[in-house]
Design a protein around this ligand. Structure first.
Ligand SMILES: Cc1cc2nc3c(=O)[nH]c(=O)nc-3n(C[C@H](O)[C@H](O)[C@H](O)COP(=O)(O)O)c2cc1C
Length: 335
């Protein structure tokens, strides 16, 4: 019997739940076509950065360029030139059109704004130009020592409410994990208008270069271990808040996608593994997910979704324990 992998995410009916997330791969039509060939049912485009549009200093772009040398394992040909990494709204809308016309799959555009006017203005521009859904990439380090958590959260919520009021396409919000009360904040993001939460954004951590005694932006591809934090929060939130949950960070192998599904993810997104290994890694993960579900007697992804969420497991405190005494005290050095 075949397993039904179909999934509805942000109002889109998809044949399976493995999606390429925002990265330079999805910013290039030839790579998008290769991803579709590998089975991608929809794509999240790289973020349109407001700074980019305004031609201001583009710290993110610089970060990406500096990080490019770190992709030692990337087979040549799959790592697009970062110089071409979406260069403004005209180019971006052209990419939306080409993905719709040539790849014929749903398009989730991504926006990273700075000013409140910018977020709404460009959300509207994107929504009016044929996208199927919008992902807000809210990416900010709350570095102000006077700024309180409630002020930071209020800013995020206001932004989501404002964009929600401005557009009528489905809206996803991608945030990082660094909130003191993630559960309540996630619920309030839903109440503010997010149809889905994309968990979690990764902050690119700056490093210190000891040779030049300077701070350097640094972008590393993810490791599989990073999925653990995502699993914890998706498992805790599944079934308890309105928005759908998309898993991003550390999904490299079929087992990672299976775990995210069992925790409660609606879709599982991939970037680093596709940059490292190429589009065929998506096929591998999709096929492996199907194989695992078949071998474990599930009839559909819908049946498996959330079956190991906090609400479903025998020991619900397992996802909440941060300092598990027995694990910590029994750790033995390997030498
Ligand atoms: C080179 C690179 C560029 C990225 N660009 C974006 C972006 O423009 N917008 C965004 O929301 N996320 C961006 N991401 C984050 C990915 O979409 C993804 O959420 C993150 O890398 C974690 O998933 P992974 O473990 O599969 O890489 C980028 C990641 C990489 C590695």
């Amino acid at each position: 019997m075949t397993v039904d992998l179909s999934t509805t995410y942000l109002g889109m009916r998809l044949p399976h739940p493995i999606l390429p997330s925002a990265s330079p791969l999805t910013g290039d039509i030839d790579h998008v076509l290769a991803l579709v060939e590998a089975g991608a049912p929809a794509v999240v485009l790289p973020s349109l950065f407001e700074e980019q549009i305004d031609h201001d200093a583009m710290a993110v772009h610089q970060g990406l360029e500096l990080g490019a040398g770190a992709f030692g394992e990337a087979p040549s040909g799959y790592l697009p030139l970062l110089d071409d990494y979406n260069t403004g709204p005209g180019h971006y809308l052209d990419l939306v059109r080409r993905v719709k016309n040539e790849a014929r799959i749903p398009v989730i555009a991504s926006l990273n704004g700075v000013s409140s006017g910018g977020w709404t203005r460009y959300s509207k521009v994107l929504a009016e130009n044929g996208i199927d859904a919008l992902e807000l990439n809210i990416y900010r380090v709350a570095a102000g020592v006077e700024e309180t958590p409630s002020e930071v959260e209020a800013d995020y919520l206001h932004l989501v409410e404002t964009v929600r009021a401005a557009i009528d396409v489905p809206l996803a919000v991608k945030v990082g994990p660094y909130f003191s009360a993630m559960g309540s904040f996630a619920r309030r993001l839903g109440e503010a208008g997010a149809d889905a939460l994309v968990l979690f954004n990764r902050f690119y951590q700056p490093d210190i270069d000891l040779a030049t005694l300077s701070v350097i932006p640094n972008l590393e591809l993810s490791s599989r271990y990073e999925l653990r934090l995502v699993l914890r929060w998706i498992a805790i939130l599944h079934g308890r808040i309105e928005p759908e949950l998309a898993a991003t960070s550390g999904i490299h192998e079929p087992e990672d996608a299976v775990k995210a599904l069992l925790a409660g993810a609606t879709v599982m997104m991939m970037a680093s593994a596709l940059l490292r290994r190429g589009p065929q890694q998506l096929t591998w993960v999709r096929d492996g997910l199907e194989r695992w579900l078949t071998e474990n007697d599930y009839v559909s992804v819908a049946q498996a979704r959330g079956s190991l969420s906090q609400a479903s497991v025998g020991d619900p405190s397992a996802f909440e324990r941060a300092n598990y005494m027995r694990t910590l005290t029994s750790y033995a050095p390997s030498w």
